[in-house]
Design a protein around this ligand. Structure first.
Ligand code: KIV
Ligand code: ZN
Length: 521
């Protein structure tokens, strides 16, 4: 690889998936992994297989089905984690195991309740074990930026002696500042000259809003892998955002001289897919992918851009794939037209999936004159959510009035095909429906977040609802798409409840509660 080629390591499906309320099913994770491969990332960190059987299954499914990028699995420096990670990625074209242990005294003393000597020994054993299962091994000293440089260096030396091929330096709690982070990497190079023979990587969190700045400083200090997540999702304030790093390197290429293998025209689509499947909305002014990132409000700016785009735009919207909403189908379009439209959008679907998408398309085309590329994307990603539900919506009735408390009655289908019903008088029609679903399922779920957006502009736009709820200590999120916003909200709630139920069951199956397995604080 050329000296200035940056390896883009995407952790949307691992660190990103650890964000509160995100609960992707294996089909959704696979769809995201396919999009990441289309986007051209070099490494996909597909998950943390020891966390639950569902995580293992998802990583294994991605390892078996997604060609191109390296497929990586995360493991603590424990034998059982490493075995599980190795088994999950074994069938990948290019597998990697990523193992980590903290080197900061704060973590060693309070979280691991261990000693530096033990950490050194565990790091050695973990890398040696991983290396016996997989040639490509990444090692991370967690919380490195708050750790003693000399001790971290001795742990890195041990990892290198045991054959680690990538050394990743995490700013786990987002504490570092750019110049300080670059100096820290410089110090590690001095203390561990062998670091120059492997790939040095950076993994920065955004607690102080510096994840991208710190990652960039790391690259300028010599790192050649950057760990990022689409839309910047991840633990707490998130990870460095893929789109910001990639477009920074692209836009300032002439000045910084770095290149990546990313096809930037796939950025907007990746961002929409991940936002839709995770239920994490993108703030309107978010750099690169926010809906205002290329909008010009003030008259002076509009005037300038109309005369010459470069007056106020440093990037072209088409370079991130933002022009792609032209494709239009109508109610007379057939299955063949739908299939080729979907193919054009990168969805290769056939058989039962195509039939389901066609049925949804017809229902929507009957209620909406034109179905655009964005609508199709929303319909197809909506279909992905249906696969592993504990409950699905059969029907609902809702009465809304300003004179009587709204009343809802719902019927759900269980995984065994039984129909269960519930009803409730709520504060509003949506509240009544959500509580009627709780009554039908006999679950005490508590709503944490609820949003409704329009997929496109226009009065007949599809509504897209997103729900995050809490059930028995686990969170679940769900989304729903329909021209009827009450139906979209109902679908979203049923899916969120199914996802939360799955997590409750998984946490009970793994003897530890799922949240304690979360590797980052
Ligand atoms: O933030 C962190 O330290 C991590 C490690 C597992 C790399 O996510
Ligand atoms: Zn992290």
């Amino acid at each position: 690889m050329a000296a200035d080629r940056i390896i883009v390591f995407d952790t949307t499906l691992r660190d990103g998936e650890q964000s509160p309320g995100i609960s992707l099913n294996p089909a959704e994770k696979l769809e995201i992994a396919h999009q990441l491969a289309r986007l051209g990332v070099d490494v996909i960190e597909a998950g943390f297989p020891i966390a639950s059987p569902g995580d293992f299954e998802a990583v294994q499914g991605i390892a078996r089905a997604v060609g191109g990028p390296v497929i990586c699995a995360l493991a603590r420096a424990h034998a059982a984690d490493i075995e599980r990670a190795g088994a999950a990625v074994r069938d990948a074209e290019r597998p990697r195991i990523h193992t980590f242990i903290s080197t900061s005294d704060i973590h060693i003393e309070h979280q691991l309740q261990s000693t530096r000597a033990d950490v050194l020994a565990q790091a050695r054993a973990a890398v040696a074990h991983a290396k016996s299962l997989c040639e490509d091994v990444e090692f991370s000293p967690m919380d490195a930026t708050r750790a003693d440089a000399e001790f971290t260096a001795s742990v890195l030396q041990v990892a290198l002696d045991e054959g680690a091929t990538t050394i990743n330096i995490p700013d786990t709690v987002g504490y570092a500042m750019p110049l300080e982070f670059a100096a820290f990497l410089g110090r590690l190079y001095e203390l561990v000259p062998d670091l120059r023979d492997v790939v040095l990587s950076v993994h920065c969190h955004d607690d102080l809003g510096l994840a991208v700045a710190n990652s960039f400083a790391g690259l300028q200090a010599g790192a050649r892998q950057v760990e990022v997540a689409v839309n910047g999702i991840g633990e707490r304030a998130g990870n460095a955002s893929l789109e910001e790093i990639v477009m920074l390197l692209e836009t300032r290429k002439a000045d910084v001289g770095f290149s990546t293998g990313v096809n930037t025209r796939e950025i907007a689509r990746a961002s929409r897919l991940i936002s839709r499947l995770t239920g994490y909305a993108i703030q309107p002014n978010k750099a690169i992918v926010g809906r205002n990132a290329f909008a010009h409000e003030s008259g002076i700016h509009q005037d300038g851009v109309l005369k010459e785009r470069s007056t106020y735009e440093i990037m072209d919207a088409t370079s991130i794939g933002l022009e792609a909403n032209a494709l239009v189908l109508g109610k007379h379009s057939g299955r063949h037209a739908l299939r080729s439209a979907l193919e054009e959008l990168g969805f290769a679907i056939d058989g039962a999936a195509l039939n389901a998408a066609f049925k949804r398309f017809k229902e929507i085309a009957d209620r909406k004159k034109q179905v655009t590329a964005m609508d199709l994307e929303a319909i197809v990603t909506d279909e992905l959510r249906v696969t592993t539900s504990a409950w699905t919506l059969a029907w609902f009735d809702v009465e809304a009035s300003t004179r009587r408390p709204p009343h809802a009655r719902v019927a759900l289908r269980t995984a065994d095909g039984d129909e269960i019903e519930g009803d409730f008088h709520g504060d509003g029609p949506i509240d009544a429906i959500f509580r009627a679903i709780n009554a039908a399922t006999k679950r005490e779920a508590r709503l944490r977040d609820f949003r409704i957006d329009a997929v496109t502009g226009g009065q007949d736009a599809l509504g897209e609802a997103s729900v995050v709820l809490e059930l028995g200590g686990s969170t679940g999120s769900g989304q729903g798409v329909s021209p009827d916003i009450i139906e979209a909200a109902t679908l979203a709630y049923v899916r969120a409840l199914s996802n939360a139920e799955r997590r409750v069951l998984e946490a009970a199956e793994a003897s530890e509660p799922a949240d304690e397995l979360s590797p980052t604080p």
